[in-house]
Design a binder for this molecule. Structure first.
Ligand SMILES: Cc1ncc(COP(=O)(O)O)c(C=O)c1O
Length: 417
């Protein structure tokens, strides 16, 4: 279909709605109208297992009554008030609890993961401005992904997302986990930015612990270390934060996604005392952090986050997630042995099953997407990352749900031509 202007007129999908990371011309668009627990319900009435936790956000299941109640109460009491030169009790309480959990003393709130990363990058540049102004560069892990704003893209590595924006992003230095001495010797690095243990967007890529060995206790003059726990935080990989299991001594930790239990947008950039102190000075010196977002520390989102943290304690969410992980060992081993599977990668409840794409008939719609379509017909909603089928279930899922996903995936591997 072509309009007079020569522009391709996309098939009707969702009217005016433009979806992220979606080719609107292809438009096999799911449409969800309800959710409960680990289940999404689409507009045809089909119930599907939310096998990606709605892209690594949902922790305690959809519509958990404790979070719903906290949100409703807070909306009635104080819906929103700016954090620009003001405060609110929920943001204060959440800052205290998050900082105690992460072992850093200060919390700066934003909304999405990428905005937490932007704040972290700017904190790092500002930190060095008075003590070593030549430190303006960033080091990233190979295959990194930290979000889609220009700064976050600049420290990311996934060409398909960033190639079109080369001219408006800045160069960062790729670190493959082996030559950190050479990086230190440069003297121009402000910070090293890492995802701890798992690179989710790279296809649940596992990073060996040794890559972080050089990022533990460092001298005062060493680059800052920014740890991105946006995908891995809140129990996804086993511990509350993936970095707990690594030899990392972060100056800054970014959290988002599961912070509110996954139900409202809220992120935080947690900072060490020396990073925070670098911004303290008499007002006339204008050293304050000139950065912020309208909805930073929104009380309703903070109330959801506080309710989520309570649930971690009350429902022993991490212990349940560990049990689910154990229940997945055998089904994932079976999948690993399937002739159409190249690799299975797992850390905690982040699982990637990489297909041997060459064993499928070549079609315009990739093998992984066709497998995902088949899974949807069988009641499971996932989103492939290139050739990798992901299973990143809500931590509250039950054993039956995750085992059923693996069985359906095995069937789909047998059925898709
Ligand atoms: C490791 C990591 N960092 C940052 C982000 C960006 O978060 P958001 O999509 O909330 O901006 C993501 C999103 O997937 C992520 O996986």
């Amino acid at each position: 279909m072509r309009q007079a202007s020569g522009m391709v007129n996309p098939p009707a999908t969702r009217g005016a709605l433009w979806l992220p990371f979606t080719q609107m011309q292809d438009a096999l668009v799911r449409r969800f109208v309800r959710a409960s627990g680990s289940t999404l319900v689409d507009d045809s009435g089909r119930s599907v297992f939310d096998a990606t936790s709605s892209i690594w956000t949902i922790v305690h299941g959809h519509g958990h009554p404790a979070i719903v109640t906290a949100v409703a109460r807070q909306a009635a009491e104080l819906d929103h008030a700016t954090l620009l030169g003001a405060s609110n009790p929920r943001a204060e309480e959440l800052a205290e609890r998050l900082c105690a959990l992460a072992g850093l003393p200060y919390a700066f709130f934003a909304s999405d993961g990428a905005s937490a990363i932007e704040a972290a990058l700017k904190m790092a540049v500002n930190f060095w401005r008075t003590r070593a102004p030549e430190r303006t560069r960033f080091v990233r892990l190979v295959s990194a992904y930290h979000g889609d704003t220009l700064g976050a893209m600049s420290v990311s590595d996934i060409g398909a997302f960033k190639d079109a924006y080369r001219d408006v992003t800045f160069e960062s230095i790729a670190y493959d986990g082996t030559r950190f001495d050479a990086i230190l010797a440069r003297g121009d690095v402000a910070a090293v930015v890492v995802e701890p243990g798992v690179q989710a967007a790279a296809g649940i890529r596992l990073v060996p612990d040794s890559a972080y060995a050089a990022l533990g206790a460092r001298g005062e003059d060493a680059p800052l270390v920014i740890v991105d726990e946006i995908a891995t935080g809140f129990g996804r990989t086993g511990p509350m934060f993936a970095s707990e299991a690594l030899a990392l001594a972060p100056d800054v930790v970014c959290v988002g996604k599961g912070l509110t239990g996954g139900v409202l947008p809220l992120s935080a950039t947690l900072a060490s005392a020396r990073v925070y102190d670098a911004f303290l000075a008499p007002s006339a010196e204008r050293r304050q952090f000139f950065h912020g977002h309208s909805y930073a520390g929104n009380p309703i989102a903070c109330a959801a986050a506080l309710a989520s943290l309570d649930l971690f304690e009350r429902e022993d969410t991490l212990a349940h997630a560990r049990e689910l992980g154990r229940a997945l060992v055998a089904p994932l081993a079976e999948l690993a042995a399937h002739p159409r599977v190249r690799d299975v990668r797992v850390r905690g409840l982040m699982c990637g099953v990489e297909l041997a794409a060459e064993t499928f008939v070549a079609r315009p719609r990739s093998a992984a997407w066709r497998v995902a379509d088949r899974l949807y017909e069988r009641g499971h909603f996932t989103r492939p990352i290139v050739d990798t089928i992901q299973l990143v279930p809500p931590l509250s899922s039950d054993e039956r749900e995750v085992v059923a996903f693996c069985a359906a995936l095995a069937d789909a591997l047998d059925e898709v031509p």
